[in-house]
Design a protein around this ligand. Structure first.
Ligand SMILES: NC(=O)c1ccc[n+]([C@@H]2O[C@H](COP(=O)([O-])OP(=O)(O)OC[C@H]3O[C@@H](n4cnc5c(N)ncnc54)[C@H](OP(=O)(O)O)[C@@H]3O)[C@@H](O)[C@H]2O)c1
Length: 381
């Protein structure tokens, strides 16, 4: 009996725009690794807010050419080696930050850029560590140089990066305050943080009181850019550091108002905000910086290797627990992007390209154990 041929399946964006621009592409030929490259069978890859920015061509830090395959990172197993590769063996588990290209069954990467994934960790659980946890980790410990006991304030606390940051604060003894919409109180408090809602009649009131009572925050991570920059900076303790890293608030506001994306004025405002943060960050002894995972990796490739390995070890030791709301197959990615745009995700969505086209059972928030079991049945070891 002949085995069915292995196909390359991947998502493709042919035109910038809404989730409907995503389609599933099948190719009969697998990509072949060249010199210094390996082919990887992907076990898990990301479905995150940043993919939505890329799909809408609102991601200026990357020069985008269409058509493109989205997917900011992946965990997978090496299945073919190109010439000259000696560091890896077929079957090794590896991870990498791709920015684009991760949402596929197979991909080819430069062998030198890969990070080893311990055999004992589950791919679905490990995948959020690459973009979401790494961003939180490097913003907290590399940029802000957080120390045990430092008071931390996180805007965007219920999102992929925000929950990762809260999980790390809990694991490293950093008392945290998390800002998100009122419905997110249980998940933020569940990680031991103090919760503040941004969508109440007087959102600044409780935050002003906390800032006064605590004498300001030693570390602020801002993944939302909802409050004015000067209001956020006024919440810093003497010697504190503000790390700006994202702009989810204008998108949430536009969506709630029935728009697909922020209008021109809102985009000009956050463009100006971005330039101001960059300008402030270049001043001597700056209290403000903008963190960007890809440029940090370019400047400090060794940090990326070390930090991701540390995160995998923390996961293996059970010290951190990524919150995965749901796992999608390639055939359901449009729905995943719709949920992200609508702000319906608490923590992370993950893509499992090995799932049969046609869907996967819904896994409710917090039901990671069930999902993990399901995934382990499909990817033993
Ligand atoms: N710089 C980097 O290297 C890097 C890396 C990863 C991500 N990012 C960026 O960081 C941002 C967040 O990413 P993500 O993946 O965590 O997104 P996400 O999962 O969509 O989370 C967004 C979060 O922002 C919150 N939020 C929305 N409006 C807010 C406001 N006015 N005040 C406070 N919080 C507000 C949301 O709360 P509700 O859901 O409760 O409304 C949610 O917790 C995005 O802009 C992304 O592109 C940057």
């Amino acid at each position: 009996m002949r085995l069915p041929a292995v196909m390359l399946r991947r998502l493709e964006i042919g035109a910038f725009g809404g989730p409907e621009q995503i389609r599933l592409v099948e190719e009969a030929r697998l990509p072949q690794p060249g010199e210094g490259e390996v082919r990887i069978r992907v076990e898990a890859s990301s479905l995150v807010f940043t993919d939505m920015l890329i799909r809408r061509n609102l991601y200026p830090v990357l020069k985008l050419r269409l058509p493109l395959t989205p997917g900011y990172d992946f965990v997978g197993r090496i299945e073919a080696l190109g010439s000259g590769v000696s560091r890896w063996r077929v079957g090794d588990r590896v991870a990498d930050l791709t920015q684009i290209g991760g949402n596929a069954t197979h991909l080819v990467r430069t062998a030198a850029s890969l990070v080893a994934v311990p055999q004992g960790v589950n791919a679905i659980q490990a995948e959020p560590l690459i973009l979401s946890y790494m961003t939180a980790w490097q913003a907290l410990f590399r940029e802000a140089k957080a120390q045990p006991g430092d008071q931390v304030l996180i805007y965007g606390a219920s999102g992929a990066v925000g929950l990762a940051a809260l999980d790390l604060c809990r694991a490293f003894g950093l008392p945290a305050v998390g800002v998100a919409s009122a419905r997110r109180e249980p998940v933020v408090e569940g990680l031991g943080a103090t919760f503040v809602a941004y969508d109440t009649a007087d959102p600044a009131g409780p935050l002003d009181r906390l800032t006064r009572d605590l004498g300001g925050f030693k570390v602020i991570l801002d993944a939302a850019r909802g409050e004015t920059l000067s209001s956020v900076m006024a919440r810093l303790a003497p010697g504190g550091r503000l790390v700006a890293l994202g702009f989810s608030a204008p998108f949430r506001t536009a969506y709630k108002a029935g728009g697909e994306q922020p209008g021109l004025l809102a985009r000009l405002r956050f463009g100006y905000d971005f330039l101001r943060i960059k300008w402030l960050s270049h001043r001597p002894n700056a209290a403000v910086s903008f963190y960007d995972i890809a440029s940090c990796r370019r400047q400090h490739p060794q940090w990326f290797q070390e930090d991701l390995s540390s995160l995998f070890n923390l996961l293996e030791a059970g010290r951190i627990t990524p919150r995965i709301q749901r796992v999608f197959g390639l055939g359901d990615a449009v729905e995943a992007h719709r949920l992200i745009e609508a702000g319906q995700v608490e923590g992370r969505l993950v893509l499992d390209p090995g799932l049969p086209i046609g869907g996967d059972p819904y896994v409710s928030p917090g039901d990671n154990a069930a999902k993990t079991t399901l995934h382990q049945q499909r990817h033993p070891g």
